[in-house]
Write a protein that binds this ligand. Structure first.
Ligand code: IMP
Ligand code: MG
Length: 181
């Protein structure tokens, strides 16, 4: 799988060092509150597991399963929620965790949907944020790394469901992005 990458952006120690920082920030910001974490699956899986183990606060964990790519490298703009009921979040302090902020469609839709359940507060934390003009305006309160507008895989992030198990994050070789399914 390493051969499919153009280059590695963040190796395991770099990711873990950054998680230490974000976890300390979140632990400090939520120390008087009861946190409910909402993980946006599947891309955030590794991130959530490693981050939450660094946050020594009482918290609840819920998962949302959302799809917007349908096997392509560009978002379709249509965000599909795969579960029928939303977690019970009324009056709660919500921290949404996702892998990457790209066009903004996914997190804008997640935020709007969660707001209908009237939580006390919603913040967003992403491991990666692409430096680009977004289609939907989304403000991430915690960002692991800002990256250029390139397609990355590993540490939970996939291309056509592959590469999620790479322990590091890298840029996928461009010719692989245009191969027919
Ligand atoms: P957005 O809706 O365009 O912001 O995209 C968010 C979702 O698209 C993420 O949760 C990822 O699943 C996927 N995505 C966006 N950019 C990348 C990338 O560079 N690599 C892998 N997945 C990506
Ligand atoms: Mg994906």
């Amino acid at each position: 799988m390493r051969g499919d990458l153009e280059r590695v952006l963040f190796d395991e120690p770099a990711i873990h060092r950054r998680l230490d920082d974000i976890a300390a920030q979140i632990s400090n910001d939520y120390r008087e509150r009861e946190l409910t974490v909402i993980a946006v699956l599947h891309g955030s899986l590794m991130f959530v597991a490693d981050l939450l183990r660094r946050i020594p606060l009482p918290l609840k964990l819920e998962c949302l399963s959302v799809a917007s790519y349908h096997g392509k490298a560009q978002t379709s703009g249509e965000v599909i929620f795969k579960q029928v009921t939303l977690p019970d979040i009324t009056g709660r302090d919500i921290l949404v965790l996702d892998d990457i902020l790209d066009s903004g469609h996914t997190l804008a839709a997640v935020r709007e949907t969660l707001e209908t359940a009237r939580p006390h507060s919603i913040r967003i934390c992403v491991l990666l944020s692409k430096k680009k003009q977004r289609t939907r305006k989304v403000n991430a309160d915690y960002v692991g790394f800002e990256i250029d507008d390139e397609f990355v895989v590993g540490y939970g992030l996939d291309f056509r469901e592959r590469y999620r198990n790479l322990p590091y994050i890298g840029v996928l070789r461009k010719e692989l992005l245009v191969q027919p399914v």
